[in-house]
Unconditional design. Structure first.
Length: 270
């Protein structure tokens, strides 16, 4: 079930030979990633799963430019990543929205920093407020919002800045199960509207298979690419009530689960 990018597909992100080690203080060094190579196509959602501690969050940090690799390179549109940049937007599990700003103020924050003219900024903010379903909550502060609403704000703020790629590190992990399903379905809808390339890190196989056009499975630490699995279901068909008994979904979920469980057992055999 391994998949390769098609020859005619435009590559948005290319990761080549990525290796990163955390230097120990009084302890041994920790090799987090080793020899990681893959591509993300233009407009694709690539979901990443693997055992706990396999380097998924480290991967996000390296592509975001927040961490410098020991070896290897990350390229966005053919340009080497050397630090943080506006071409990459990040949504973390820990909410990074500003408590003293309203929904409107949070979503427009990056646009203000970029000195986008006020009229243009307000139009962009209005568009994304509507896109994430927060119309009527524009002047609410974070403490007045549910967990799901706060995550919608975080996603809208990232998208409003118009990055080339969106990096998401378990963004829905802290919300309840029903809200999580709703947010996943909303993300699929938004991804079809915006055509952004998305790297989505999760510990949930179900979430990875539901969201990803392809699923990258990491080995146990140090993280290496074990397999990349194609999900042969158009995004337009993906709703939980439809996929619960869909043999295509069940087959891919079973295969990815086997790959991950093999790493948890330590036998490396899917």
């Amino acid at each position: 079930m391994a998949a390769r990018p098609g020859a005619g597909d435009s590559v948005k992100i290319r990761v080549e030979g990525l290796r990163h080690r955390y230097r120990g203080t009084g302890r041994r060094d920790l090799l987090a990633l080793d020899g990681v190579s893959f591509e993300i196509r233009d407009g694709e959602i690539l979901a990443v799963v693997g055992p706990s501690g396999c380097g998924k969050t480290t991967l996000i940090g390296l592509i975001a430019g927040l961490i410098k690799p020991e070896a290897g390179v990350v390229l966005v549109d053919g340009v080497t990543v050397r630090g943080p940049g506006r071409d990459r937007g990040v949504v973390f599990q820990e909410l990074a929205i500003l408590p003293w700003r309203t929904v409107r103020g949070n979503i427009g924050h990056g646009l203000e920093i970029a000195r986008v003219p006020r009229a243009e900024r307000e139009a962009i903010v209005d568009r994304f407020i509507a896109m994430v379903g927060l119309t009527g909550f524009e002047e609410r502060y974070p403490h007045e919002l549910s967990g799901g609403m706060k995550q919608r704000v975080a996603v809208a703020r990232t998208l409003a800045a118009d990055p080339k790629v969106v990096l998401m590190d378990e963004p829905f992990a802290a919300v309840d199960a029903q809200t999580r399903i709703t947010l996943q379905e909303e993300l699929l809808r938004i991804s079809m509207e915006t055509r952004k390339s998305i790297l989505f890190v999760t510990h949930s196989v179900d979430e990875a298979v539901f969201l990803g056009d392809r699923v990258l499975v990491f080995t146990h630490r140090p993280g290496r690419v074990k397999e990349i699995v194609e999900v042969p279901i158009p995004r337009s068909e993906r709703r939980f009530d439809r996929l619960a008994g869909d043999p295509r979904f069940l087959e891919v979920r079973e295969w990815v689960t086997r790959l991950v469980r093999a790493e948890l057992r330590g036998d490396g055999d899917g």
